[in-house]
Design a protein around this ligand. Structure first.
Ligand code: SAH
Ligand code: SF4
Length: 348
């Protein structure tokens, strides 16, 4: 019999699974607390259960977690980047950033990515597999325990496309916001997507109070299709109309991500075109100086063109910020550390 992934079960499912092996509900309450509040990685660490029950749990369940393979701490701003090893030997990354209002974690949702954006390190080598809810939680639990602090915000902006792992991401959101667990409010969670339009509508149906970030990166189809293949499936008009509806129905401001790449998408004409397209959408634009990736051709825009771009957007009444690059000394943009590790391993 295949062992059940215990951390991915919600409380009701855990109670039902325990009932099947004759464990009472109060045991489910205890175990859920160990898993989601104290974030232990083995049944042996649960000090209020008997050896016999511990054996029973080991026979029936498995705790999928993340082991720290590498940890880098930025000397500039304290940003911490982890390379985690999963139970099946795959690697993934996550980053913990310190802001004035607390600690934010950027987690991965897949190993690799199918979407193939031309500027991104996560998709190099293609897609490996979906992450389980337990493995998304595991990134937070391991980082919290290692750093001895409480994470207050979560961004799903690491490796992978969250809406391409929809059901597992929805379960992760349910578990991480559960009062019995970490209890992180949806308003403190952001989900970033490259623009899988049907899944944006599915997300809308869930009525979640999270912030939706959309990786736009271009003002028109010509540029966007060149750098983001997803645009060939759902073009910029379909994407922006989903965003408009999302904003209207949820009254929540969408955040558009725009990685500034020299000579690709950063001209004043691009800024004018973008401003026109976003005119009727409740939104904010995040301009991100593109991270240069060894295997990729793009270069980051100059500071001057970024400021000019921002000024044009603001002139049209849009709000825009230039995102601070944290952890620039530790390759903090996702996908890069895993690439190094895979290269290292392939030399072994
Ligand atoms: N797959 C999702 C979420 C993960 S990527 C998405 O694409 O939205 C998180 C963010 O990092 C996205 O906005 C993505 O476009 C951006 N990104 C990826 N590579 C980058 C790079 N080299 N420089 C700047 N931003 C990058
Ligand atoms: Fe995937 Fe997002 Fe990277 Fe595109 S930017 S390849 S969708 S992780």
């Amino acid at each position: 019999m295949e062992k059940k992934d215990i951390v991915s079960l919600n409380f009701e499912e855990l109670c039902a699974a325990f009932a099947e092996i004759d464990l009472p509900k109060f045991r489910a309450t205890q175990v859920y607390d160990w898993l989601h509040k104290k974030c232990v990685k083995s049944f042996e660490e649960m000090t209020n259960i008997s050896k016999e029950m511990c054996n029973k749990l080991n026979d029936n369940f498995v705790i999928f977690s993340c082991a720290i393979e590498k940890k880098l701490v930025s000397g500039y701003d304290g940003t911490v980047k982890y390379l985690f090893k999963l139970t099946d030997g795959e690697y993934l990354e996550c980053v913990v950033m310190q802001y004035k209002y607390g600690h934010t974690i950027c987690i991965s949702t897949q190993v690799g990515c199918k979407m193939g954006c031309s500027f991104c390190a996560s998709g190099i080598g293609g897609f490996k597999r979906q992450l389980k809810p337990a493995e998304m939680l595991g990134q937070i639990y391991t980082a919290q325990n290692d750093l001895g602090l409480r994470i207050s915000r979560i961004v799903l902006m690491g490796m992978g496309e969250p809406l391409d792992n929809f059901d597992n991401v929805m379960r992760f959101l349910e578990l991480v916001s559960d009062e019995r667990g970490l209890n992180i409010g949806m308003r403190h969670i952001s989900l970033s997507t490259s623009g899988i339009v049907p899944r944006i509508y599915d997300l809308l149906e869930r009525h979640l109070q999270l912030t939706l970030s959309v990786s736009l990166h271009a003002p028109n189809n010509e540029i966007r299709s060149k750098i983001m293949p997803v645009n060939k499936s759902w073009d910029i008009d379909e994407l922006l109309s989903a965003c408009r509806i999302y904003g209207e129905k949820t009254s929540r401001r969408i955040s558009f991500e725009y990685a500034m790449m020299n000579g690709v998408n950063d001209t004043p004409e691009c800024a004018e075109e973008l401003a026109k397209r976003l005119k009727n959408i409740l939104c904010h634009v995040n301009l991100i100086p593109a991270n240069e990736v060894a295997e990729k051709e793009h270069r980051r825009s100059t500071d001057k063109s970024i400021i000019q771009f921002k000024t044009i957007l603001e002139k049209h009444g849009l709000t825009a910020t230039v995102r601070r690059t944290l952890g620039s000394d530790i390759n903090a943009s996702c996908g890069q550390l895993r690439r190094e590790k895979i290269k290292e391993d392939s030399f072994c």
